[in-house]
Write a protein that binds this ligand. Structure first.
Ligand SMILES: [Zn+2]
Length: 546
């Protein structure tokens, strides 16, 4: 019977109706149908539990996430299935879509081909860390304060003593979390070693299709080409800050910057705050996306937008089911930071919502964190352009608009330094989690910021106060590569649409067709080439920073 079938296929393949190799493709497709139907349901359950945990911080939700997440991962640690995948890989598939699906599956499997005890231990510890993080509130003079409150002080307070207290309060969480994070890092390393990698950092890059060499070469390139600009900016910034706080230039430290991690424009105009004082940033964000022609009413309805006890104090976007249930978590305040964040998170949202629904489930995601971050950063950035403030905040003060727009360049210069710092920190951290990590953190700070470390931090764990180190590991590099792609995207869209601003229907059409629709059909760098017509390049970003 089998022989007859083979002859029949050979005969048909002569007629070009049924190429022989498609038989293997078909077997793989059948395997996928069966396997994905299970994964799809489990992923939706995990995502709903994560949502519950992040919006409430409840212990029950943390337990639920841990259970479901390890159940989900166990699907991806089935030796028998993994072997089948290896077989399909060796056999060579023909259809490029199936090949891509196989590649994605193999990478996901690799990350989970671990003893069950490690998988369960990791899920449990990560969920615990999430919960501690969500429930932690710092103390200022005996009062519990939210992260939003600390950020408000750093943004607006002029009293040096109060600023220093707030900056220190922003680091309190580090001491609370450090040991837990080190413990998890060692476990992550154990997992990576098990799979033949030197450490977790190297494994994460590899499984996310990012070459370590390309990454560090790119970062080095970005640094070298903007260091003069950065140093020049720093001189100007320090002078202004010294005047603002009435101290000597040599006394300026991290406390004088406008956020706990020296990541935003340190001399952002205080007038920007006044611009937002009586504005509804949610309405503005809706209006912005409507002007582009994106429907976001449903996304807004599904989102959790304002602060509450126990809730994660940050912001994120989650695609629950790859079928249109997309939600964002925010903690809206009427200021420029939340304007930017809302545009950013809704950016992730429209990306997810506009991926071609006809793609197979495995490809119905962004191509890489880099591409979705690039789009979100690109949207967020608009909040600082003169055109945006003119159109959505009715500001007509040209001098003010000009000074705010200059902040975009400063922000890129400053933010890139923090991405260099965090990425190198993670590389060193995972290669030796037992070293003096606080020293490493501040050594790298001095290396990239050309600023002195703050005093009396020797017995602290300031590195551990950065959310991403513990909870979104080996992720930060995506933001900077994303910024670089965002600059290229901005240039490309204005060129293609011949418009002077991006919240236009032409831009939306271009983004939908080129960037969103393909989902994860192409590897991130191939997608960038598909979108821009050129290989990934840092030219547009470097140009903006000089
Ligand atoms: Zn993002």
């Amino acid at each position: 019977m089998r022989i007859i079938k083979i002859f029949f296929i050979i005969f048909l393949s002569f007629l070009k109706l049924y190429p022989i190799l498609e038989d293997k493709d078909r077997t793989f497709e059948q395997f996928l149908d069966n396997f994905i139907s299970k994964i799809e349901i489990k992923e939706e359950q995990v995502n709903k539990a994560i949502w519950l945990l992040e919006t409430t911080g409840s212990k029950d939700a943390a337990d639920l996430v841990a259970t479901l997440d390890s159940e989900y991962k166990i699907y991806f640690s089935d030796e028998e299935v993994y072997e089948k995948l290896i077989y399909f890989e060796k056999d060579g598939l023909q259809n490029p879509i199936l090949k891509r699906e196989l590649k994605i599956l193999l990478n996901t499997f690799k990350a989970n081909m671990l003893p069950k005890s490690i998988l369960i231990d990791l899920s449990k510890k990560e969920a615990e860390l999430f919960q501690t993080y969500a429930n932690f509130r710092a103390n200022i003079e005996g009062k519990r304060v939210t992260e939003n409150m600390i950020r408000e002080i750093l943004k607006n307070e002029t009293d040096v003593k109060t600023r220093k207290i707030a900056w220190e309060a922003s680091k309190e969480i580090g001491l609370e979390l450090a040991d837990k994070i080190i413990d998890i890092a060692k476990l992550r390393n154990k997992a990576a070693n098990h799979l033949g990698y030197n450490n977790y950092f190297e494994m994460q890059l590899d499984l996310n299709e990012m070459s370590k060499e390309v990454l560090f070469d790119t970062f080095n390139d970005l640094k070298v080409h903007t260091d003069d600009s950065f140093k020049k900016m720093l001189l100007e910034v320090n002078e202004i800050l010294a005047k603002t706080y009435n101290v000597g230039v040599d006394e300026i430290g991290t406390w004088a910057w406008k956020d706990p991690f020296c990541q935003i424009d340190p001399i952002e105009s205080v007038q920007l705050k006044d611009l937002y004082a009586d504005k509804d940033v949610l309405e503005i964000a809706k209006c912005f996306y409507e002007k582009m022609g994106f429907e976001i009413e449903d996304l807004v309805k599904r989102s959790d937008l304002y602060e509450k006890e126990g809730k994660n104090q940050h912001a994120f976007c989650i695609d629950i089911d790859r079928k249109g249930d997309v939600r964002t978590l925010n903690n809206i305040h009427p200021n420029s930071q939340w304007m930017e964040t809302l545009l950013h998170e809704f950016g992730h949202g429209i990306y997810d919502l506009n991926i071609d629904r006809n793609l197979p489930w495995l490809l119905r995601t962004a191509s890489h964190t880099i591409t979705t971050e690039a789009l979100a950063l690109f949207m967020g950035r608009q909040a600082y352009t003169a055109q945006f403030l003119e159109e959505f905040l009715n500001s007509t003060n040209n001098e003010l608009l000009d000074s705010i727009e200059k902040g975009i360049k400063r922000k890129q210069l400053v933010f890139s330094r923090s991405a260099f710092l965090i990425t190198e920190f993670e590389k060193e951290f995972y290669s030796n989690p037992d070293q003096d990590l606080n020293k490493l953190w501040w050594d790298l700070f001095e290396k990239y910021y050309y600023m002195k470390r703050p005093e009396n931090r020797e017995d602290k764990q300031d590195w551990a106060s950065k959310y991403h180190i513990g909870l979104a590991p080996v992720y930060y590099y995506c933001y900077l590569i994303g910024e670089v792609f965002a600059s290229t995207l901005q240039k490309k869209i204005l060129e293609v649409t011949k418009e002077d601003r991006i919240w236009r229907k032409g831009a939306a059409k271009f983004l939908t067709e080129r960037l969103f629709m393909p989902g994860n059909k192409y590897r991130w760098d191939d997608l960038i080439e598909y979108v821009t017509g050129k290989q990934f390049s840092s030219d547009a970003w470097v140009q903006e920073c000089n």
